[in-house]
Design a binder for this molecule. Structure first.
Ligand code: C2E
Ligand code: MG
Ligand code: MG
Ligand code: MG
Length: 279
């Protein structure tokens, strides 16, 4: 993670004009090659229990170094979705993440949380790719969580429902990512059984202002629907303490750890930062 950002070449890409030289087409071709040549890799970020700060799971986040320039998934995933490359890429991510998790000696009970694109989820090949990843890694399905962004709930609800049911039939858990930022209505949320809700970073950032009310409302809904809650983008002790006091189940963010490559993760010692407020 750290390495990727310092790898950026300031001399080559110092101004916006030069940035634009790498236009969409170039990025897309690079991405295609990276997928074929296995130049993509995963970083993992710990998700800890709010109760005692021990880690429970790790979110897999896709990384790509393109000719020394770091391009984030927020930039390349939409391109991969548009071009259809996401299916192949997503299947690779699922496989890699399950394989890595199956070999985590120090975290043999921890789950791996994998982001799944709408387009990937809605494709007929998705359940096959899922079964394949579980079978070839031998990972127990309870140790796999899939993170789906709320916008998926917009179209073709019947198909989404079927896909989510097929996933849950396999005992794989489903989380809604970036909760509160999408377009879903609460009734849709209720009709689709999900296991976990991830509170978006933007609400954590604004916890001092109106973020708190939204987080409290989310926690209420989640408890009514029997969902666990995760707060994303926790950067300070104060945020962690406030979220814990409100009753959030799990915390994730730079305050605990940044995403790290698997090689680093297997040597990672959880500092177990106690976030309890002592009176
Ligand atoms: P996301 O799933 O909501 O992931 C959380 C993002 O917040 C990650 O950005 C993570 O590095 C970042 N983050 C975590 N804690 C903190 C913090 O304390 N402060 C700040 N400033 N950021 C924090 P990243 O890795 O750039 O990923 C961005 C998005 O790209 C992800 O958002 C996800 O939607 C998508 N993505 C990443 N990997 C994959 C993938 O394998 N497949 C798909 N379909 N999407 C992916
Ligand atoms: Mg996510
Ligand atoms: Mg998120
Ligand atoms: Mg996001």
């Amino acid at each position: 993670e750290q390495k990727a950002s310092t790898n950026r070449s300031p001399a080559l890409f110092s101004n916006e004009l030069q940035q634009k030289v790498l236009d969409t087409q170039v990025i897309l071709e690079g991405l295609q090659q990276a997928t074929e040549r296995r130049q993509l890799y995963l970083c993992y970020q710990p998700i800890v229990s709010a109760k005692d700060s021990t880690f429970c799971s790790f979110e897999a986040l896709l990384r790509w170094d393109f000719a020394g320039r770091f391009i984030g998934p927020d930039e390349f995933i939409p391109l991969a979705e548009k071009s259809g490359l996401i299916k192949e890429m997503g299947a690779w991510v699922l496989n890699r993440a399950c394989m890595d998790a199956s070999q985590w000696q120090h975290a043999h009970n921890a789950a791996v949380s994998v982001n799944v694109s709408v387009i990937q989820l809605m494709d007929d090949s998705f359940i096959r790719a899922l079964d394949n990843a579980l079978r070839s890694s031998g990972l127990s399905p309870e140790r796999l969580h899939l993170e789906i962004t709320e916008s998926v709930f917009v179209d073709n609800k019947v198909k989404i429902k079927q896909q989510l049911e097929a996933i849950q039939k396999r005992k794989v858990l489903v989380s809604i990512d970036d909760f509160g930022t999408g377009y879903s209505s609460l009734s849709q949320l209720q009709s689709l059984a999900v296991n976990q809700v991830k509170i978006d970073k933007s609400f954590v950032d604004n916890i001092e202002n109106n973020g708190e009310a939204i987080i409290r409302a989310t926690l209420f809904i989640a408890s009514e629907l029997n969902c666990k809650t995760v707060a994303e983008g926790v950067e300070t002790l104060e945020q962690a303490q406030a979220l814990k006091a409100m009753g959030v189940d799990y915390l994730q963010g730079y305050y605990f750890a940044k995403p790290m490559p698997n090689e680093q993760l297997i040597e990672w010692q959880n500092p177990v930062t106690d976030v309890t407020v002592t009176e």
